[in-house]
Ligand binder design. Structure first.
Ligand SMILES: Cc1cc2nc3c(=O)[nH]c(=O)nc-3n(C[C@H](O)[C@H](O)[C@H](O)COP(=O)(O)OP(=O)(O)OC[C@H]3O[C@@H](n4cnc5c(N)ncnc54)[C@H](O)[C@@H]3O)c2cc1C
Length: 524
């Protein structure tokens, strides 16, 4: 694949230490947002260097090889919707090899009584699937889609606001976003399995249950994407999620940016006026603008002397909710899961959908309640996705990859995390899925368990939170960290800034826009 070859050249060219003493801008971290920011600045003619602590690029949008022979796995994120279509055009990402396919059908829930629910873009087929549970829900579902499309559109439009403010939304919209995901879903449909399938997006990454206030926002956030031209659709990215980062890195380098993997930034340097003037990353590098893709706690506590910050800011940093409940389990399979309700190990439509196991909202609420009381879910929230029926190049011939995203397995679980607890959590998840696909345990040839402390250690996600902190009221819009920080010359371009997490590129674009506005060409 030409894109892959081109990037291999980029990395080998840039994986030595920076030799330039100064740049217009330095970016701390080569997550997809740092790369998007660097690409836009470089395209605008600025000299830019990116320093990444890992030996590979992309942060949580990464395709990793070498874990198991012949496999490429999306170790963290695995599907895409929120990536800003403007970035795709502006940085010519498709020309650089980015290719994505609509996930269709998009959601599948097997049930233990032999029934199942499969939803996709075919309205007539959806109607048949839904009517098998409750014929009144056919119209209810259409109304739900219409309302949540409007909700998602409203969020998307707010993602580029100069000054993010929650009160930009009308009172009805605010009520929905501040309420629970369950309230939104239950307004429109009644069949428990349909309710559960729809409410799931309100819980992703969030340490709350479906009936808790604020999960309405999380639901809407996951329906805000427009990558595919239709509101809220999700896509599978060819080559895994690292292909997004790879295309962004290629763009950045093509416009002149330099990218240094294996180059952790140890400190942000300041002048006598406490303005950011560069970084130390093995060597001292100066820059007019320092842009951090790292988690806000890393940026302001580890890389900066926090005594510079005023008390309210430090209070916000300390109070920032960033305890993640999500565990990623990546499996290599010798054959596809054989679901009792839709038998067969040949690739069928349901194998291309996101697979859920929750039969009702109550199941998901119990998964959360169990974690709060005992440290983990007895029967977890599970959503999983098989990449290989769409992209066979990711695994050896005839083999498959199952990406499993599970909750609730909180970072701060009582008694802490040990190897035995990680393996036990993975066993619980496999056993839960195996009730629907009994061949699963014997089909597993390799497994990788990434509990929240592993997400922290591997990707720098403090507290294991997949979004650099909860995406809940109190931490969104004006209450998220601002792109322009209290330290002059220092900017945030990661998910800790508006509009928060997911593979979107918006925080990176916002930071590039701010830097270009603050530094006229002469100032660089
Ligand atoms: C398990 C999991 C599943 C997910 N699933 C999805 C999904 O399917 N779809 C979706 O849209 N989103 C998903 N997400 C969320 C999404 O991946 C993240 O919100 C997004 O990738 C964050 O991008 P970022 O660029 O803001 O930050 P990160 O990806 O966190 O990048 C920050 C970068 O900064 C680097 N860094 C940190 N400190 C330093 C330092 N001192 N010096 C140099 N570099 C440093 C880090 O190594 C990292 O590369 C998932 C996340 C996880 C963890």
């Amino acid at each position: 694949m030409p894109g892959l070859l081109r990037l291999a050249a980029v990395v080998s060219l840039t994986s030595r230490q920076s030799t330039k003493p100064s740049y217009d801008a330095v970016v701390i971290g080569a997550g997809h947002n740092g790369l998007a920011c660097a690409a836009l600045l470089a395209k605008a003619g600025r000299s830019v260097a990116v320093f990444e602590r890992r030996d590979r690029l992309g942060g949580a949008a990464v395709s990793e090889t070498g874990i198991w022979p012949g496999y490429t796995i999306s170790a963290a994120s695995y599907v895409c919707s929120l990536l800003d279509p403007w970035l795709v055009e502006e940085l010519e990402l498709r020309e650089r090899g980015l290719c994505y396919y609509r996930k269709d059908p998009y959601a599948f829930t097997p049930l233990l009584d032999g029934r199942s629910l499969l939803l996709g873009t075919d309205r007539a087929q959806n109607a048949r699937e839904i009517a098998a549970f409750d014929s009144r829900d056919v119209a209810g579902f259409e109304a739900y889609v219409e309302r949540t499309d409007r909700l998602g559109r409203a969020l998307f439009d707010s993602f580029s606001d100069d000054e993010p403010r929650f009160d930009r939304f009308d009172p009805e919209t605010q009520t929905l976003l501040l309420g629970s995901a369950a309230e939104i879903v239950e307004r429109y449909v009644s069949a428990p399995v349909l309710q559960a399938e729809l409410v799931n997006d309100g819980l992703i990454g969030t340490y709350l249950g479906p009936r808790d206030a604020g999960t309405g926002y999380v639901l809407a956030h996951h329906l805000a994407g427009r990558l595919l031209g239709s509101q809220g659709s999700w896509a599978y990215v060819r080559g895994g999620m690292g292909s997004v980062s790879r295309a962004l890195a290629e763009a950045a380098v093509s416009y002149g940016a330099e990218i240094y993997p294996d180059a952790a930034v140890e400190r942000i340097t300041l002048d006598d006026n406490s303005h950011a003037i560069g970084v130390e990353a093995g060597i001292a590098v100066r820059a007019n603008a320092v842009i951090s893709n790292a988690h806000p706690r890393t940026t302001f506590r580890e890389l900066l002397d926090s005594s510079l910050l005023d008390a309210p800011f430090i209070e916000k940093l300390n109070a920032w909710k960033t305890i993640g409940p999500s565990l990623k389990l990546n499996l290599a399979l010798g054959e596809l899961p054989n679901f009792s309700c839709r038998p067969g190990t040949n690739a069928q439509p349901h194998h291309r959908a996101t697979i859920h196991v929750a039969p009702s909202i109550d199941y998901l609420q119990k998964a959360y309640d169990d974690a709060r009381t005992s440290g983990e879910s007895e029967e977890p929230l599970i959503e999983c996705f098989l990449q290989t029926p769409t992209d066979a190049s990711l695994a050896p011939a005839g083999k498959h990859i199952l990406s499993i995203f599970a909750q609730y397995f909180p970072y701060d679980r009582a008694g802490g995390w040990s190897t035995a607890k990680r393996e036990a959590a993975a066993d619980t998840i496999v056993a839960t899925l195996a009730r629907h696909a009994p061949n699963l345990p014997s089909a597993i040839e390799h497994r990788q368990v990434l509990a929240p402390p592993d997400l922290e250690a591997r990707f720098g996600l403090i507290g294991g939170h997949i979004f650099h902190g909860e995406l809940l009221p109190g931490q969104i819009y004006e209450d998220r960290f601002a792109t322009r920080t209290p330290v002059r010359g220092l900017y945030l371009c990661g998910s800790g800034a508006h509009p928060g997490g997911c593979v979107s590129g918006f925080p990176g674009k916002r930071a590039a826009t701010a830097v270009l506005a603050d530094f006229a060409p002469a100032a660089f």
